[in-house]
Write a protein that binds this ligand. Structure first.
Ligand SMILES: [Zn+2]
Length: 210
């Protein structure tokens, strides 16, 4: 279970309004790595159990069901399918877990990082985030990202997305929260201050842990 899931859920669920584009002008680039489905499968098995997982799979279209059932870490999968899965998870679990989208992102970070640092290691955390930016194109075929240090932590700036969804940004918040928690940050705040789903040129996440 992610560290985020062990904490009390925030008072307000994420805002999910905003524009969504699931297939961009060039569908061949609107793809994400299969490893993202791996984290979701683990989260669903932990949260719903085998039977609940199979019931949820039945609600998905065949392609998305295949990705969720048998995630292939290094294959490219349609962004549209990832959002379909996340929307189904949100519908299924939002009553019990209002911040379920963040928990999905946290599960991804848990899978990717594994270890938990005993005390805050800002240097390692910065290196981790910088590597996320550096290897962005191994996880997404679209967009670019810039990592910046700030006095209170860091800023991740994503831009030039041909496809986007508030669902995706909602899970990103949990991914960053879990990344900070696993590196020993005690009280992280992660805020998306600009969002392409709201007409901004970037999705900008302010990560504060210092
Ligand atoms: Zn956004």
């Amino acid at each position: 279970m992610s560290l985020l899931q062990e904490r009390p859920a925030p008072a307000h669920p994420p805002r999910l309004e905003g524009k969504e584009v699931l297939i961009g002008p060039d569908p061949s680039v609107c793809k994400v790595k299969g490893v993202m489905f791996g984290g979701r499968k683990q989260f669903l098995l932990d949260t719903l159990g085998e039977e609940g997982f199979i019931k949820l799979l039945a609600k998905l279209t065949p392609r998305t069901r295949g990705y969720a059932k048998t995630p292939l870490a290094s294959s490219w999968c349609e962004f549209e399918s990832l959002i379909e899965l996340d929307r189904a998870i949100h519908e299924e679990l939002k009553a019990n877990y209002p911040n379920v989208l963040a928990l999905i992102g946290a599960a991804s970070a848990e899978l990717g990082i594994g270890r938990v640092y005993k005390s805050l290691d800002s240097e390692e955390l910065e290196k981790f985030l910088e590597n996320n930016a550096l290897f962005h194109n191994q996880y997404q075929k679209f967009g670019s990202v810039k990592f910046e240090k700030t006095p209170n932590g860091a800023r991740m700036i994503y831009s030039a997305y041909p496809c986007y969804s508030p669902i995706f940004c909602g899970s990103a918040i949990g991914y960053f929260q879990e990344s900070i928690l696993r590196h020993g940050g005690a009280n992280p705040t992660v805020t998306e201050t600009k969002c392409q789903c709201h007409g901004d040129r970037t999705c900008t996440f302010e990560l504060n842990w210092k």
